[in-house]
Unconditional design. Structure first.
Length: 359
């Protein structure tokens, strides 16, 4: 018999703790092994009970969930799913927690019964994903990457020469679980002259704008949340807003981003497949580049295949550096991936492909 996922629930509100414990206990593959009302109690129970996954409240007195995570992860890597508030500050802190090593997050319900049921279903799914994540390996890779950068920092990408005339007109990138950190590592290393770039990251409404603003502060390219009808231009990176599909269209000789709230695809809105398939329908002969990063499931794999069949350059993140090797694995098995690389090698590969000039 397959053993159950052992879950520790950490929240300063006793009612919330009991609600989460009761809701998760309805899943046959999960066991609530303990509850903690603060990080200090959580620390002791982690050592004593050895949970597989921890659910962690973002906002707690004495020590925030973020600060606890930053202290815990270097010493005791533990698959963690954050519970985020709906405040702007709560959303920012949640993104900080993702960068600190949390696998994923869910937003706390607003009180409606349907909303509560949806939250429990989403939380259970993300606990299962977190259980599969090889955190020790990912954290070792992150530390090695940081040390590598300290020893021999590469020249800033902004100094990389722009090609006279690049073949690539559009870059499309998709990610899910673990994608916020992966996208940041890529986008912050790209030069300001890149072709227009469209990004789909599976993320709820409200978080994508904060995520875009943070990327914009760290990058030499302009990054912002997409609006319907935005014109695609060099040096601009558009992130699909939560709960909206983003497609590439061509109108009056210009490439535009079109948003819609049509049915979910592969269980997601925005969907990577929707973006990739729209790019494949408009571009061919190395005019586009598709990049598929870490994530659970198969969203983006079929769309990346269509892009490659049309002549696009396609890149997938390799298993070792993925938090969850799901979407890139399916893409590789379909034959959609031209080059599968460690995350830290992807920005260099992208720049090299962009520097290949038209003959």
């Amino acid at each position: 018999m397959k053993r159950k996922i052992r879950v520790l629930v950490v929240d300063d509100d006793s009612l919330v703790r009991r609600m989460i414990a009761r809701g998760l206990s309805e899943n046959d593959d999960m066991e609530i092994i303990g509850e903690a009302e603060n990080p200090y109690e959580a620390r002791d129970k982690i050592v004593e009970l050895e949970p597989d996954v921890m659910t962690l409240d973002v906002e707690m007195p004495r020590m925030s969930g973020l600060e606890f995570l930053r202290r815990l992860m270097p010493q005791y890597p533990l698959a963690t799913v954050m519970l985020s508030s709906h405040t702007q500050e709560g959303k920012r802190t949640t993104l900080d927690a993702m960068e600190a090593g949390a696998v994923d997050f869910v937003s706390k319900p607003r009180g409606d019964q349907d909303d509560i049921h949806d939250m429990f279903r989403e939380l259970a799914e993300k606990i299962r994903v977190a259980f599969q994540a090889n955190l020790d390996e990912k954290l070792r890779a992150r530390k090695a990457r940081a040390q590598q950068l300290k020893k021999a920092a590469p020249p800033p990408r902004s100094s990389v020469a722009a090609p006279a005339k690049s073949r690539v007109k559009i870059i499309a990138l998709g990610a899910s679980t673990g994608g916020t950190t992966a996208i940041r590592e890529i986008v912050t290393q790209l030069p300001p002259w890149i072709p227009g770039m469209l990004i789909v990251q599976h993320m709820p409404a409200g978080f994508t704008r904060i995520f875009s603003e943070r990327l914009n502060e760290l990058s030499s390219v302009e990054v912002r949340e997409a609006k319907d009808g935005d014109e695609i231009r060099p040096g601009l990176v558009l992130v699909a807003p939560g709960d909206f599909h983003m497609r590439l269209v061509r109108e009056n000789g210009k490439f535009l981003a079109r948003l819609s709230a049509s049915e979910k695809v592969c269980g997601h809105r925005p969907s990577v497949d929707v973006l990739f398939e729209s790019v494949a329908s408009l571009l061919s002969k190395e005019e586009a580049m598709g990049v598929l990063l870490t994530g659970m499931g198969r969203d983006g794999a079929q769309g990346l295949l269509k892009m490659r069949e049309r002549g696009a350059r396609t890149i997938g993140q390799n298993e070792t550096t993925c938090v969850v090797y799901g979407m890139p694995r399916v893409a590789r098995e379909l034959g959609a991936v031209e080059a599968e690389l460690p995350l830290n090698n992807i920005p260099d590969k992208m720049v090299r492909l962009l520097q290949e000039e038209k003959s």
